[in-house]
Design a protein around this ligand. Structure first.
Ligand code: ADP
Ligand code: ADP
Length: 201
């Protein structure tokens, strides 16, 4: 299973070409940092990888069975639902019993320094907590591809390191992890760097 960018480029109707001629094969087990200055097209490339956006040049080749999961910069949770349940539901969906699902969800919340807010409703979480929760939920779903937009932008250095380690572990379990980031620490924690500055036309 892999995800191949074959000569991919993009230009919105209103603008200039953001990047062009990206040819790269993304493979499970690796973490890719998509970097470049603000406006370089990092989010655009994630949208293309997710299949939500057709590139105006080239194509994306993905295995039919690939499940991809997307973690946006703005967390989308269910306001009245407990933090724990967001993650437990992902395990339930994979066939775990309620007890197993809650146990695994608690472990994952602990890893993400969210153990103390497990019983809190989503609407009471801080921005950083909510974002980490969305990441924990995505990890619990064990996707083939995980696309993450700026996962460490709102985090202190220590928590950011925890998040980066978890993303690395997810990759080791056979996921392709792609992270759009400005954060040097996050970039350095990735196995590969895709610098959009190198693909300007
Ligand atoms: P980055 O994530 O690197 O900051 P983006 O992919 O968000 O870059 O945006 C790249 C450029 O494309 C920006 O100039 C942005 O304004 C523009 N852009 C983003 N989405 C659209 C859209 N739907 N239509 C037109 N222009 C867009
Ligand atoms: P599996 O057989 O699905 O790997 P495990 O019982 O070994 O199940 O692990 C339970 C779940 O824990 C995994 O499905 C995985 O989603 C999740 N998990 C916990 N921590 C991490 C992590 N840091 N990175 C990736 N997955 C994690």
């Amino acid at each position: 299973m892999s995800l191949i960018l074959d000569d991919v480029g993009h230009e919105y109707e209103t603008g200039r070409a953001l990047f062009s001629a990206i040819s790269v094969e993304l493979i499970p087990g690796r973490t890719y940092a998509v970097v470049g200055p603000s406006g370089a097209g990092k989010s655009t490339l994630l949208n293309i990888l997710s299949g939500n956006l057709e590139p105006t040049r080239g194509r994306v080749v993905r295995a039919r069975s690939t499940t991809s999961n997307w973690v946006f910069q703005n967390p989308h949770g269910v306001p009245g639902r407990r933090a724990l349940d967001h993650v437990a539901l992902a395990f339930l969906a994979r066939g775990d019993s309620r007890a197993e699902a809650e146990g695994k969800a608690r472990d994952l919340l602990d890893q993400f320094a969210l153990g103390s807010v497990a019983e809190e409703r989503f609407r009471h979480l801080s921005g950083g907590e909510a974002q980490r929760l969305m990441l924990a939920r995505a990890i619990a779903a064990a996707p083939g591809v995980l696309l993450v937009d700026e996962p460490t932008a709102q985090l202190d250095v220590r928590t950011a390191a925890v998040v980066n380690e978890s993303l690395g572990r997810l990759a080791e379990r056979g996921c392709i992890v792609v992270i759009a980031t400005h954060d040097a620490g996050t970039r350095d924690s990735c196995t590969d760097v895709l610098d959009l500055a190198g693909y300007q036309s």
